[in-house]
Design a protein around this ligand. Structure first.
Ligand SMILES: Nc1nc2c(ncn2[C@@H]2O[C@H](COP(=O)(O)OP(=O)(O)O)[C@@H](O)[C@H]2O)c(=O)[nH]1
Ligand SMILES: [Mg+2]
Length: 240
């Protein structure tokens, strides 16, 4: 059986969480959900615990206090790697990457030998990638800078959906906290590349810009600044 654990970092998501969408995702055989509550101050944790108590294949990892998405994802992946799942990964709580696309990415991760399968928001005819122009443009600038920082051709580092072969390599990559709070996706990819991992970007057929993003303009600027630091951390890592 293709076993998969999907980590969902959640911070103050009580208003946005659509548990029916997650219930639909659970229809995929072998798939389990691990929600990480990142010290939410609203009813998120109660909602998640109630959902987990009444639904098979759902777990909740509560963290206190709030540590940020990078650490919430890392803690979730560490927990997921303790189990037997062959593929582990993460998605955002708003399910901007719809369930069918999440399932398609997990299938690719199982079928292909790659270390990582990452969703990529490339808008071209025939796809339904719904992003505001401002976010799209900022995203393109950031992705170009991220490519330079990583010395790799990557189109979209910031899509929330990423899946990995559960392996020794992944355990090493998430063993230490990320330096970057806002560009940890880039740091994660860089750590994988430093170990010559194979990463495949998979263009999404659908992606929805769900309102209520918790990542504002300031954080995007911080993420850009983080890239400089990430580049030097990765150089050190490669020398090791
Ligand atoms: N901003 C923020 N998001 C967090 C934190 N911890 C976990 N998350 C989760 O990280 C994801 C960020 O996605 P979202 O807010 O939609 O931002 P987007 O990338 O701009 O669409 C959501 O699932 C959040 O609940 C945190 O401390 N701050
Ligand atoms: Mg979002």
């Amino acid at each position: 059986m293709e076993t998969t654990i999907v980590v969902i970092p959640c911070y103050n998501e009580a208003e946005r969480l659509d548990l029916e969408e997650f219930r639909a995702l659970l229809e995929e055989p072998g798939l389990s959900l691990l929600f990480v509550d990142d010290g939410s101050r609203d009813a998120t944790l109660d909602m998640l615990q109630e959902f987990a108590a009444s639904t098979d294949n759902v777990d909740v990892l509560p963290l206190t206090p709030n540590r940020g998405k990078a650490e919430a994802v890392r803690q979730g992946l560490l927990r997921a790697l303790e189990g037997e799942a062959r593929v582990v990964g993460f998605i955002d709580a708003d399910m901007a990457t719809p369930g069918e696309e999440v399932v398609r990415l997990t299938h690719r991760a199982h079928a292909e030998g790659a270390d990582a399968i990452i969703g990529s928001r490339i808008a071209y005819m025939g796809t339904d990638i719904d992003r505001s122009m401002g976010r799209h443009l900022l995203g393109r600038v950031f992705a170009t800078a991220a490519s330079l920082a990583l010395d790799a051709k990557v189109y979209d580092t910031q899509c929330g959906a990423k899946f990995f072969r559960a392996s020794e390599l992944l355990s090493r990559v998430v063993a230490e906290p990320f330096h970057s709070r806002w560009a940890f996706d880039v740091e994660l990819l860089g750590r994988l590349l430093a170990e010559e991992a194979e990463i495949i970007e998979v263009p999404l057929r659908q992606w929805v810009d769900v309102p209520g993003s918790k990542i504002g303009f300031k954080s995007m600027v911080k993420a850009g600044l983080d890239l400089v630091q990430i580049r030097s951390h990765l150089a050190k890592r490669r020398r090791k």
